[in-house]
Design a protein around this ligand. Structure first.
Ligand SMILES: [Mg+2]
Length: 323
C-alpha cells in the first residue's frame, strides 16, 4: 500500500468518544477528523461498512474540507430530539440534551415496548410532534397492526413514520391504509446510484444525510431526483460532521421540517467547544473547529490511528486517477 496522503488529510486524528446510551449497538464512537483548504472535516463511516459505502463518506469528508459551502438560505436550523430505544427512566435525561426541541424522533421496535416511552415523552413535552423510526424492520402486516395500535392510543401526535417497511411495494400499500405520513431513509440511502424517482409515489418526506450521500452537492442531486420535502439528518457525528450537515440543511431553499442534527447530545462529549447541541430548539450554521484539549482527551490509541489511516489510503488508492 502507498503511504498515507498526509498532505491531503492534514492533522488527521482519530478520536474515540463514549456514547451516553447504546445507539445501534455502539458504545464508543470512533471518528477521524482532518483539515483541508476550507477547514475541518470528518470521516466517520461505521466500522463494519465495506469499502464502497465508506468511499462515499470519504467523498463527503473531502468536499467538506476543501470546497466552500454553497449559498445558504438561513443561518440557523430547527432541530428535533432523537430518542434511542431506552427505558422510561432515561427519557427525561435524554430530552435534556435537546434544549427547546419540540419534535421528537423515536427509534421503535414495536408498540408494546415503546408506548410507555412515548407516553413519558408526551408528559414532558405535551405538544410534541412525534416521528417513529422503524428502520424498515416491519413487514406490511406488522406495520398495519403496529401503526393501528399507535394511532388508537396516541392519535394525531405523529408527524410521520420513518421507513416502516423496507420495500417500496409494501410502503405503497401501507400508505393507502394509514393516516400518518411516511418518510423514507434506507430506501434512498441503500439505493444510491439506482433510479430514485419511484420513491415519491410511496412517501411524503425524504431523509437526506450529508456523509452517506457523498457530500452537499451529491445530496442535492439525490434530493432533486427524489423530489420530496427533505429532512436533513445524521448518525452519530461530532460537531465537525454536524457543521457540514447544518450547511446542507441551510443550502435547501425550502426546509419545512426540523432536522435530526442534535445527535451530539447522545455522545458523552463533543470534540468542539462549546458542543454543537441544540439551544432553544435551533443550531447555528457555521464552520466549526475541534477544541485541542478535547482532541487530546479523546484521541484513540496508535493502533486505531493506523487502522483508520489504512482505511483512507485503501479507498484513496482505489479511486486511481478519478480522484
Ligand atoms: Mg432512519
Amino acid at each position: 500500500m502507498k503511504p498515507f496522503p498526509t498532505q491531503i488529510f492534514k492533522d488527521f486524528t482519530v478520536v474515540a468518544i463514549p456514547t451516553r446510551t447504546n445507539f445501534r449497538g455502539i458504545n464508543i464512537r470512533e471518528v477521524a477528523l482532518f483539515r483541508g483548504d476550507e477547514g475541518w472535516s470528518e470521516f466517520s463511516p461505521f466500522l463494519e461498512y465495506e469499502k464502497e459505502e465508506a468511499s462515499t463518506w470519504l467523498r463527503a469528508a473531502l468536499e467538506g474540507a476543501n470546497t466552500p459551502w454553497p449559498t445558504l438560505y438561513r443561518s440557523e436550523i430547527p432541530i428535533n430530539a432523537t430518542m434511542p430505544i431506552v427505558g422510561v427512566d432515561q427519557v427525561a435525561g435524554i430530552l435534556q440534551g435537546f434544549d427547546g426541541c419540540t419534535t421528537v424522533k423515536m427509534k421503535v421496535n414495536n408498540f408494546e415496548e415503546s408506548a410507555d416511552v412515548l407516553e413519558e415523552v408526551l408528559s414532558i413535552i405535551p405538544d410534541a410532534k412525534i416521528r417513529l423510526d422503524v428502520n424498515g424492520s416491519w413487514s406490511l402486516g406488522e406495520a398495519l397492526l403496529q401503526l393501528h395500535d399507535f394511532n388508537l392510543r396516541f392519535g394525531k401526535v405523529f408527524e410521520y413514520i420513518e421507513q416502516p417497511c423496507s420495500s417500496l411495494n409494501d410502503l405503497a400499500l401501507l400508505k393507502k391504509e394509514i393516516p400518518m405520513k411516511i418518510a423514507v431513509d434506507e430506501s434512498i440511502r441503500k439505493n444510491l446510484g439506482s433510479d430514485l424517482t419511484d420513491i415519491r409515489d410511496v412517501a411524503d418526506i425524504a431523509i437526506i444525510k450529508w456523509a452517506p450521500s457523498g457530500g452537499i452537492s451529491a445530496a442535492h442531486k439525490i434530493s432533486k431526483e427524489v423530489g420530496l420535502p427533505v429532512v436533513v439528518s445524521s448518525a452519530l457525528d461530532t460537531g465537525i460532521g454536524i457543521s457540514h450537515s447544518l450547511a446542507l440543511a441551510a443550502s435547501f431553499e425550502r426546509l419545512d421540517y426540523a432536522c435530526g442534527l442534535g445527535t451530539v447530545a447522545l455522545l458523552q462529549s463533543d470534540i468542539c467547544h462549546p458542543g454543537v447541541t441544540a439551544a432553544d430548539g435551533f443550531l447555528d450554521v457555521s464552520r466549526r473547529e475541534p477544541d485541542m484539549d478535547l482532541l487530546e482527551k479523546y484521541r484513540a490509541g496508535e493502533d486505531r490511528q493506523n487502522w483508520w489511516k489504512n482505511r483512507v489510503t485503501e479507498i484513496f488508492e482505489s479511486w486511481g486517477d478519478e480522484k
